[in-house]
Design a binder for this molecule. Structure first.
Ligand SMILES: *Cc1c(COP(=O)(O)O)cnc(C)c1O
Length: 395
């Protein structure tokens, strides 16, 4: 075992014996190359010249006036592919290349992680197979085309509910048989060690840039940093740099879906009835499940927040009270989507709109000079169809 597999009692490596050699090889490689000069130089060059980093930290002047505090937006929507997922996809694809792997596999739900992975694989010249549930393939055609254009092979999954969790199962099955030449590229701070630690590491560039940028612009730390939480990678990515500053409040916003009482949501922390300690896809954390351990299907208007488990490090941060977690419903997120588009001319991803939705509530306890930073994890172009329909706009 290399590295720390646990976050307090959370995390770990709950996988069949057959996957252990692959995970041990990955642990060795990650902890070796994260200190390697050539690897870091190449990764940083990719982030700068391909992804377009650093992404700006934008002062939202009109929103600030409206909410009577200083609101800044970290613009991951301006990263290549339009969201933060590319940071992790490129980091891991580069690691795969250094490990001598020729093929990358990944699962995808809405197709956002599949797209980032396919694009990273194209850039680095690796073969790429993406597992995707048949139901999701039907729902997310544009992302299927994007993946195919980037040269990836999209493999339909017809087992179970034919959605994300079945695609993950297929992916793990493939990897157990093919790990000699294949790299499994996981999309969030989930899964068995070292994935939660590794994905957080590749996403921590968001927080390092933000801290530098806010100090340059304002000369002081923010009062709060707010991010939406699906698996939790964009949130951990921006939180990391602020963890040592105890006065900076860290707030994660989960998907409240149709409301906590309906059970149709992805609020693993907020729903005390069905959000329970459990194991899903190799890690121990809060999972939406019944008392027998059967996983509930989640619901959210934003595909990226629609997963039954939350990254294990968030469970620890919550226990430690270092981060606080709340939720926004579909309705609140949609109205935030509309509001930010109109007030600032920035169309956020529906995922990011959950973090924006919490802003007015938070701003009530702020003074004029208090700084609040929201991680705008992605842009909303992908969500226009859903948003137009839900908001009842005329086509
Ligand atoms: C996938 C996605 C998310 C949710 O994933 P995290 O791992 O929680 O960051 C949030 N925002 C956007 C734009 C996404 O594509």
């Amino acid at each position: 075992m290399i590295g720390k597999p646990r976050f307090g009692k959370y995390g770990g490596i709950y996988v069949p014996e057959t996957l252990m050699p692959a995970l041990e090889e990955l642990q060795r490689a990650f902890y070796k190359y994260k200190k390697n000069k050539r690897f870091n130089k190449e990764f940083n060059a990719l982030l700068k010249d391909y992804v377009g980093r650093p992404t700006p930290l934008t002062f939202a002047s009109k929103l600030s006036k409206k909410l009577r505090c200083k609101v800044y937006l970290k613009r991951e929507d301006l990263a290549h592919t339009g969201a933060h997922k590319i940071n992790n996809a490129l980091g891991q694809a580069l690691l795969a290349k250094y490990m001598g792997k020729k093929r990358i596999i990944a699962e995808t739900g809405a197709g956002q992680h599949g797209t980032a992975t396919a694009i990273a694989a194209a850039k680095l010249g690796l073969k790429c197979d993406i597992y995707m549930g048949e139901v999701d393939i039907e729902r997310q055609k544009p992302n299927v085309y994007r993946m195919q254009l980037a040269g990836a092979n999209v493999i339909p999954v017809s087992s179970g509910s034919r959605t994300l969790k079945d695609a993950i199962n297929e992916c793990l099955r493939d990897w157990a048989a093919s790990c000699e030449n294949t790299y499994y590229l996981l999309g969030s701070v989930l899964g068995p060690h070292p994935y939660p630690t590794m994905v957080a590491y590749f996403q921590s560039i968001i927080g390092r840039e933000t801290k530098r940028q806010i100090l340059a612009k304002e000369g002081k730390m923010p009062k709060a940093v707010i991010a939406c939480v699906g698996g939790g990678s964009n949130a951990i990515g921006i939180f990391k740099a602020f963890l040592p500053y105890k006065k900076v409040e860290l707030v994660g916003v989960e998907a409240g879906g149709l409301g906590i009482k309906t059970g149709k949501h992805a609020a693993r922390f907020a729903d005390k009835k069905i959000g329970r300690l459990g194991v899903l896809h190799g890690t121990m954390t809060y999972v939406l499940q019944d008392k027998f351990g059967q996983i509930y299907n989640t619901h959210s208007v934003s595909a990226g927040l629609d997963y039954s488990a939350v990254g294990p490090e968030h469970s620890l941060l919550r226990d430690l009270k270092r981060a606080r977690y709340t939720y926004a419903t579909d309705k609140e997120a949609l109205s935030a989507f509309k509001m930010l588009s109109k007030v600032e001319g920035i169309i956020p991803a529906l995922e990011s709109a959950h973090a924006i939705a919490y802003l007015p509530k938070y701003a009530r306890k702020c003074k004029r000079n208090d700084i609040v930073i929201v991680n705008l994890s992605g842009r909303g172009d992908k969500d226009l169809d859903i948003a137009v329909k839900e908001l009842g706009m005329k086509k």
